[in-house]
Design a protein around this ligand. Structure first.
Ligand code: HDE
Length: 707
């Protein structure tokens, strides 16, 4: 055989140099506008397709430094994924302060109305590995890094305001129990297994959180439609040194929305990146997601009289008890340039606070303050991770810390310690007035391992959460418990969980017991503290009661066939556009369809790649001939029957009737089936879509287990 390396030839393509190698590759080579490919040392590379060999068919030469560098670097591309919150998605934005909060805090970020502070946010799931699916039933992380003028402030929160445990020492246990079982390595990103419910049922303090995670909070429609919470009580400290307790809440501008469990299961198959794609698309199209930061501010006197301990992270303070004060807004307006450099390398630390903010003695928060710094060192491999662009403050910073792995910005000059007597050349100095000073809280007590009595009530707020839900949401909670506990193979664990639910609400406990077909109803679990049955429902705890007032930011999927009515399509597009919603065109082939006026409409998606679970509402704009072809397509029938089962609003042109029938959707089933033909009906369709779901349809499609 001849040495084919010599046969490489160059061809021209779009004005650029293209070289065609013996392997048939087509690729550009460097020119005036295209920079030369180099090694990490900057040496230009002549051939990136072939290793250096002794003869074309001979062994590789060890001296091929370009090959070795390329493979060496590739071999080390992965860093340890986060032990929790491994799967995440980040974006840049800003925080805008509404008004001065100087009365309660000296934090620089809250002094000047209208001031914008750069921010980076990373949303995440907790239990799954980095490659798991977005719609896992799970808590979502909501971690915000604020690059303030007095240092970085991280509010590392979740989309649920309480947590599983009261003391950080239990964190490894709850996480071990939630993740894959260690012998078999599965299930992935699911709490529906024995270990998880074994742990929960042995830890009554988890019951409030258990109610939240079995609610639709853990299957959000997207990051854009969920709340965020700082969870712990923190302190704010003003210029006079006065402390005020605070809880942080992020409220999404577009209202709350979740998917239905059966939808979540199917979305995971159809688009495991559903949430990250949603955020990416929203930002790229200029529809910037926004949250309002609101603070619950309270003093020691309130903390004393509140029936629960404000240091207990398994408790909320209802909004009705301490109203929320809006203090600013967070807008995400820029996607990352590089996922690894930013989203993966961002290192949130609860101990990153700024003057004017301080910790409370919440034992969970105190433990976190150790864990985050420690884990970043493991993950990022060097104490210099703070210099990575995504982690570095955007204000000036000067320390005497030096060296270590990857020390690429050691301080200049002779002084690397202090105090020193080198005068102006002596480096940075302390600032006693402005520098961070811990709030001088008076503390006394014996050195013990014990939880306070004030942490003992584990059911009252779980009950309050439950009674604050609409009937639909209560049913979803019961279904979720039934689903998860049905995956638990050990009957004792199922029964133990039911014994806790009976303390939360008898009807809930009994309906789950019935749906599980427990042969014997267990007695309610022993409660360390009597359950308070007089806590008032809080409207803020329901998703449905806090939904949107418009269809803004949502997405409608329009299924088209050849011969589709172009006037109707235009009317729908106009109506949804006015609403601030997105229209996606779905067709039997991605190339598109020919409308009834002969015009060509390109599709965004091919039908079997765009099931209706990916949309908030659907429309069927088809012709008689077009629909005839769809009748025997499973994907078309599923598109319609799933939309119906998931309680979605369905708009349909007259020719779509046979498809509705084939999909088992009864004619005139309910007010969520809207015949569309002209502009007025398109608007009526949008109006109905604002309610997001046709909840009263649930009767017709609900799972028989709970009937
Ligand atoms: Fe975390 N948590 N956590 N956590 N957490 C981590 O830090 C930990 C807790 C939260 O997008 C880890 O960088 C302990 C509560 C978010 O990068 C680790 C305890 C809340 C993120 C860690 C908790 C959170 C993390 C793993 C019990 C809501 C993702 C990787 C005391 C208020 C941040 C990492 C991101 C990540 C420890 C409990 C939220 C191991 C010990 C409560 C949003 O340090």
């Amino acid at each position: 055989m001849s040495d084919q390396g010599d046969q490489r030839k160059s061809v021209r393509f779009d004005g650029q140099q293209i070289s065609r190698g013996a392997g048939g590759e087509t690729h550009q080579i460097a020119g005036d506008d295209v920079p030369p490919l180099t090694t990490q040392q900057g040496v230009p590379i002549s051939d990136d397709q072939n290793t250096l060999r002794i003869g074309a068919r001979g062994p590789a030469a060890l001296e091929d430094f370009h090959f070795r560098e390329k493979i060496f670097h590739f071999d080390h591309e992965r860093i340890p994924e986060r032990v929790v919150h491994a799967r995440g998605f980040g974006a840049h934005g800003f925080f805008e302060t509404y008004e001065s909060l100087a009365d309660v805090t000296k934090a620089d970020i809250f002094q000047r109305p209208g001031e914008k502070t750069p921010a980076f946010v990373r949303f995440s799931t907790v239990a799954g590995n980095k490659g798991s699916s977005d719609l896992a039933r799970d808590v979502r992380g909501f971690a915000v890094k604020l690059y303030t003028k007095e240092g970085n402030w991280d509010i590392v929160g979740n989309n649920i305001p309480v947590f599983f445990i009261q003391d950080a020492i239990k964190f490894p246990d709850i996480i071990h129990a939630a993740k894959q079982e260690p012998d078999r390595g599965f299930p992935q990103a699911q709490t529906a297994h024995d270990n998880f419910w074994d742990f929960i049922s042995l830890n009554p303090e988890s019951m409030h959180m258990a109610m939240w995670i079995m609610s639709d909070r853990t299957i959000p429609r997207s990051f854009r439609f969920m709340e965020g919470f700082g969870v712990h009580t923190f302190r704010l400290v003003n210029g006079e040194g006065r402390s005020t307790f605070v809880k942080f809440h992020w409220k999404p501008k577009l209202g709350l929305q979740s998917v239905i469990w059966n939808e979540a299961v199917k979305i995971n198959g159809a688009d495991p990146d559903f949430h990250r794609r949603d955020l990416w698309n929203a930002i790229q199209s200029g529809d910037f997601p926004e949250w309002e930061l609101r603070m619950q501010l309270f003093d020691d006197a309130f903390a004393e009289r509140f029936p629960f301990d404000v240091l207990d992270a398994t408790k909320i303070i209802p909004e009705e008890d301490v109203p929320l004060r809006p203090v600013g807004r967070l807008v995400l307006d820029r996607c990352v340039d590089n996922f690894f450099a930013e989203t993966e390398q961002v290192a949130f630390c609860t101990q990153n606070i700024v003057p004017g903010v301080d910790f409370s003695d919440d034992p969970l928060l105190q433990g976190r303050n150790f864990s985050y710094l420690d884990t970043q060192l493991k993950r990022l491999g060097s104490p210099n991770f703070t210099y990575l662009p995504i982690n570095a403050p955007k204000c000036p910073f000067h320390t005497f810390q030096q060296d270590g792995h990857m020390a690429f910005t050691n301080p200049k000059g002779r002084a690397n310690y202090e105090p020193n007597s080198w005068g102006d050349g002596g480096g940075p100095r302390e600032t006693p007035e402005r520098g961070f000073a811990t709030y001088p809280e008076e503390i006394q007590g014996a050195k013990i391992r014990r939880r306070p009595e004030t942490f003992a009530d584990h059911y009252s707020q779980a009950r309050q959460f439950y009674i604050s839900q609409t009937d639909i949401e209560k049913e979803h909670i019961a279904s979720a418990f039934t689903f998860e506990l049905s995956k638990v193979k050990t009957p004792e664990i199922r029964a133990r969980m039911v014994s806790h639910l009976l303390n939360v609400d008898e009807t809930l406990g009994n309906s789950v017991a019935k749906a599980l077909r427990l042969q014997e109803i267990p007695p309610p679990a022993d409660a360390a503290s009597p359950v308070l049955t007089d806590l008032k429902p809080s409207a803020a705890l329901s998703i449905i009661r806090n939904g949107p007032t418009s269809f803004e930011g949502r997405k409608v999927g329009v299924l088209l066939t050849d011969g589709a009515d172009i006037t109707l399509l235009d009317a729908l597009e106009d109506a949804f556009d006015d609403e601030g919603a997105t229209v996606e065109i779905i067709a039997p082939a991605v190339g598109g369809v020919q409308a009834n006026d002969g015009s060509w409409i390109e599709a965004d998606e091919k039908l079997d790649g765009a099931p209706s679970v990916l949309y908030d509402a659907v429309a069927l704009v088809v012709s008689d001939e077009g629909v005839a072809q769809l009748l025997n397509e499973a994907a078309a029938r599923d598109f319609v029957s799933d939309a119906f089962a998931h309680l979605k609003v369905i708009g349909y042109s007259p020719a779509a009737q046979p498809l509705l029938e084939r999909a088992g959707v009864p004619q005139d089933a309910d007010s969520g089936l809207i015949a569309v033909g002209d502009a007025a009906s398109a608007e009526a369709f949008v109006e109905r879509c604002r309610q997001l779901r046709v909840w009263n349809r649930q009767e017709k499609v609900k799972a028989p287990a709970l009937a």
